[in-house]
Design a protein around this ligand. Structure first.
Ligand code: FES
Length: 67
């Protein structure tokens, strides 16, 4: 699905970038993908995707003891 119509950036490209760079700033996301850099209409959706990936906690692989 195309998220940014001005620059033809898909949600796949945005998610791919965020998976690779989960701590990237919103500005970095825009700069690298070029999404949200023209009319700005896609920014709210772009921010939601960015926040979701930024807030995801890394998997906790610690050993859990039963006491
Ligand atoms: S739709 Fe993304 S900048 Fe216009």
């Amino acid at each position: 699905m195309i998220i940014c119509r001005c620059n033809e950036v898909s949600d796949f490209e945005i998610r791919k970038f965020m998976k690779k760079h989960p701590h990237a700033s919103f500005e970095a996301l825009k700069l690298v993908t070029s999404a949200g850099t023209s009319c700005g209409r896609c920014k709210p959706l772009l921010q939601k995707i960015h926040e979701r990936f930024s807030n995801e906690q890394p998997q906790n692989n610690q050993l859990r003891l039963p006491f």
